[in-house]
Structure formats: structure tokens, C-alpha cells
Design a protein around this ligand. Structure first.
Ligand code: AHM
Ligand code: MG
Length: 338
């Protein structure tokens, strides 16, 4: 075995964030500090998830979240960790978490200028089986004169200043993008406790024959969605149909789609006319990542996902997310049906 070549030009997330800050003339460092707090919460959640089975954190916590799902112990821990990291950063005024019915206003940070939306542990129904879960987040900058209330968060995804997600898998991955910027992927080096830039300037393939959807719901789907899914099984130009891949954990399905290309869908249907996934902290942040990586994201009415303004903080939407051409195909079929 030859000696391992040591990479002396490692870009850690901390270095990356600091360098990004120097590119913005009027930067005060507040945003960078907020990102450091995010980084800390990701590391902590990753740590607890790895230890979960050993220290008896799996199973139900005995309480329900806003939408009536049973909460896992780790859901509770992830949520608590996230909230305290955001609060103690001193840079967050308002926070919306999937696990909290109301938005949280940090009165201890009256002058903070940022609002954060998050799903601390998405895909948690998969936790006990050791399947990847992750944290989805988005950051808004408060408008001039904003009072710091939930109204400040009922905004379209186009106004997000940053968004991304982590996936706690074989290794912890972090994908982050800033407004109008590129998408960058980091991998956690557990020995160093650092996120290392491993996927700079991610650009997703323009097309790929992979589809990802819970087909168990097809009984309730609308005609265009049924037709689209049937098309996936027909021979394509190369004579082969699409491959089906569905993990049931949005971060994992989205991460694969980002890397390999293809399409992920959770359409609205007759059973869930508004869809399942939440606009603010699931759909919009993912849509921003996908668009900045050259892909597309639309809702079930084929409107640009990032243009949707939620009426309530926990509003849901149907979503189609993926490679540019794959989303075009869904749009074409919907157009045909009028
Ligand atoms: P959660 O926020 O309660 O974890 O639910 C969101 C998850 C997503 O990660 C995933 O894409 C979807 O729900 C899977 O739903 P289903 O089990 O209906 O296919
Ligand atoms: Mg979720």
C-alpha cells in the first residue's frame, strides 16, 4: 500500500463561507455567523443519528407534531438542537420548523435580520431502518421594517438568500446554494469534524432515465400523472424504459437525482389535493438547489415552484423536481391535457 497523498488544498465549509463573505462588499458577517450555527446543528444531528440505535434514541417519543404524525425521539432532539443553535447564533429573528405548529420568534434577538425555515429531520419514518434522512433549510433576509412574525416568512422561494439540505447517509453530505450562485456539496470528515468541499459547482445532467415517485398512490393520481408514469415504462430511444428508484426520504431521493439526473415527484392527487410535501421548508429550498444546478422544479399545476407564496407556514404542494428535460416532459403532458 503506497503512502496516501495528503491534500493540502482542502476547502472546509468554514473557509468556503469566509471566502464567500469577502466577495460581498457590504457584508457584516451576520450571514456567515448564521451559517456557522447551521453547520454546528448539522454536525450535532449527524452525531446523534449515528449513535441512535446504541443509545436507545429510536422509537416514538410519545408526542405528535402539528400534522398528527407520531414523533420520534430523534425528531424531538433534532428540532431542539436546531432551535437552540439558531437562537444562540443571535442572527435569527424568526424560525419555522416542521416540528413546531407556530413560528418561533426570538425576542432575545430583536435586531437580527434573518428568518430560517427548516425540517430538522426529514424522512424520519425511515430512521429505525437506518435509511438516510436529512435536514432541509432555507434562509430569508427580513424586509426593511419587518416586525419579525410569521408574515415575514410567507414569501416566494425566489426571495430565499440561501437554501440547501444535508443527508445523513454512509457519510454526512451537505448541499448549499446562495441566491444567484452555484451549488456546492460538502462531505463530512468524521475524524476531523469538518465538512470538506467535495462537489464544487454542481451541475445536474440535463436528462437521465430515472424516475422516483411513490407509485402506491397511483390510484388517486390525475390523468396527466398517470400518463407520465406509464411513459416511463415504455421503451425510450435506446429501446430501454426508465429505471425506478424510490427511497421514501426526500433528501436521499433528491441527492441521487441531483448527482445522477432524473426526476423526483410527489404529485398532488385525489387523496391529498394539496400534495404531501411542505412548500416553505421542503419544496422551496429543494427547488432553489435544483434550479441553481441547472434543473427545474414545478408544482402540480406546472407553475414554477419558487414562485409559489404559501398562505400558511405549513402549506403543502405537489412537486416535480429534476433534470431540465425530464421536467419538460411532465410539463408537455400536462399541456396536452390542458
Ligand atoms: P416527513 O417530513 O414526515 O418525514 O415526510 C416527508 C417525507 C419525504 O422525505 C419523502 O419524500 C416523503 O415523505 C415520502 O412519503 P411517502 O411515504 O408517502 O412516499
Ligand atoms: Mg419532512
Amino acid at each position: 500500500v503506497g503512502a496516501e497523498k495528503i491534500n493540502t488544498d482542502i476547502i472546509t465549509l468554514t473557509r468556503f463561507l469566509t471566502e464567500e463573505q469577502t466577495k460581498v462588499k457590504e457584508a457584516t458577517g451576520d450571514f456567515t455567523l448564521l451559517c456557522h450555527a447551521l453547520q454546528f446543528s448539522f454536525k450535532s444531528i449527524a452525531y446523534y443519528i449515528r449513535r441512535a440505535t446504541l443509545i436507545n434514541l429510536t422509537g416514538l417519543a410519545g408526542s405528535s407534531n402539528t400534522t398528527g404524525d407520531d414523533q420520534k425521539k430523534l425528531d424531538v432532539i433534532g428540532n431542539d438542537l436546531f432551535i437552540s443553535a439558531m437562537k444562540s447564533s443571535g442572527r435569527v429573528r424568526v424560525l419555522v420548523s416542521e416540528e413546531e405548529e407556530e413560528c418561533i420568534v426570538f425576542d432575545e434577538n430583536p435586531n437580527a435580520r434573518y428568518a430560517v425555515v427548516c425540517d430538522p429531520i426529514d424522512g424520519s419514518s425511515n430512521l429505525d431502518a437506518g435509511v438516510s434522512v436529512g435536514t432541509i433549510f432555507g434562509i430569508f433576509k427580513l424586509q426593511e421594517g419587518a416586525k419579525g412574525s410569521k408574515e415575514d416568512l410567507l414569501r416566494p422561494g425566489t426571495e430565499l438568500v440561501a437554501a440547501g439540505f444535508t443527508m445523513y447517509g454512509a457519510s454526512a453530505q451537505l448541499v448549499i446554494t446562495m441566491k444567484g450562485g452555484s451549488v456546492n456539496g460538502f462531505t463530512m470528515d468524521n475524524a476531523l469534524g469538518e465538512f470538506i468541499l467535495t462537489h464544487p459547482d454542481m451541475q445536474m445532467p440535463k436528462q437521465r432515465a430515472i424516475y422516483s415517485v411513490n407509485e402506491g398512490n397511483s390510484l388517486w393520481w390525475d390523468e396527466p400523472v398517470k400518463e407520465w408514469c406509464a411513459m416511463m415504462k415504455e421503451p425510450q430511444k435506446d429501446g430501454k424504459p426508465y429505471s425506478a428508484r424510490y427511497i421514501g426520504s426526500m433528501v436521499a431521493d433528491a441527492y441521487r437525482t441531483l448527482l445522477y439526473g432524473g426526476i423526483f415527484a410527489y404529485p398532488a392527487d385525489k387523496k391529498s389535493p394539496k400534495g404531501k410535501l411542505r412548500i416553505l421548508y421542503e419544496c422551496a429550498p429543494m427547488a432553489m438547489v435544483f434550479e441553481n444546478a441547472g434543473g427545474q422544479a414545478v408544482n402540480s399545476r406546472m407553475e414554477r415552484m419558487l414562485s409559489i407564496v404559501p398562505e400558511h407556514i405549513h402549506d403543502r404542494s405537489g412537486i416535480f423536481l429534476g433534470s431540465y428535460d425530464e421536467v419538460e416532459k411532465v410539463k408537455d403532458i400536462h399541456k396536452k391535457h390542458g
